[in-house]
Design a protein around this ligand. Sequence first.
Ligand SMILES: [Zn+2]
Length: 101
Amino acid sequence: MESESVLGFLFTVNLLFGLFAAFYCSTIAGKKNRSTMSWLIYGFFLPAIAILHVIIVDEVYLGPRCQYCIEPVNAKATICPHCQSEHPVAQRAYAGTLLEG
Ligand SMILES: [Zn+2]
């Protein structure tokens, strides 16, 4: 009986941690314009990995970013897919050329 209650306790803690991770990941993912539902499921089943993953996702991106909304964009994009601004990357390069003379 003793080990059953310990197992029950561990199961409850694990379940609560999974639920916490699920909602935490889905909230952060939503703020980063990512699928909240897939991060909810991911967070519930792999809580420890998903929490770390959702924090670093997009943060390690070193490519071109939109100069208006700072979201990652394709270097050749003429319109930012996030904020619909024109020439999100090209204008930054042009401004840099102007500043350098
Ligand atoms: Zn943008």
